[in-house]
Design a binder for this molecule. Structure first.
Ligand code: GDP
Ligand code: MG
Length: 164
């Protein structure tokens, strides 16, 4: 079966936007049994000669700030358990927040390959300097992308499929 790429990141960083762009129309939403309440979103992605399944571990995302960290921990646990590669999505316009550091630590300790995407780099010129802050997460090179404007996605996908 295809490698699994799990997408982790706090609400509003652009995970769903990235999904839609990469998956075209091939997104399926699978609702788990009520009570276990978690929606997982799967997308089949083809990049060059490689195929993988992208999973949005976010499901229904919390609106309350208090719940964001616990929700991200849960996402990270699912990603660590199921993924071949973890795609950690962050937001250049919000910068690195505390929850990002905590989740980065969890992910790093798992030993799984992690690719760090810094989304909302709508203008490379404007945000280039801000991308460097994301090196502080300690998970390697940040890939500046704009899911909305479809910028930087080729380099990001090249890095993802390297780990298969
Ligand atoms: P999710 O909660 O992580 O799934 O994030 P969404 O995909 O729902 O996006 C949250 C918001 O960020 C929406 O208003 C998107 O239009 C916006 N967004 C997503 N990608 C980009 C981007 O590359 N640049 C900018 N400026 N906004 C973006
Ligand atoms: Mg979403």
């Amino acid at each position: 079966s295809k490698p699994i790429v799990a997408v982790v990141g706090r609400p509003n960083v652009g995970k769903s936007t990235l999904f839609n762009v990469l998956a075209g129309r091939k997104i399926s939403i699978v609702k788990d049994t009520p009570g276990v309440t978690r929606d997982r979103i799967y997308a089949d992605v083809t990049w060059l000669d490689k195929q993988f399944t992208m999973v949005d571990t976010g499901g229904i995302e919390p609106e309350s700030k208090d719940l964001i960290l616990s929700s991200m921990r849960e996402q990270a646990e699912i990603a660590i358990a199921t993924a071949d590669v973890i795609l950690f999505v962050t937001d250049v316009q919000q910068g690195v927040i505390d929850a990002d550091y905590k989740v980065a630590d969890m992910l790093r300790r798992s030993g799984k390959p992690i690719v760090l995407a810094v989304n909302k780099v709508d203008s490379f010129k404007k945000y280039e300097a801000d991308i460097y802050e994301f090196y502080n997460l300690g998970i390697g090179d940040p890939y500046g992308i704009s899911a909305a404007s479809q910028l930087g996605l080729g380099d990001l996908l090249d890095e993802v499929v390297k780990h298969f």
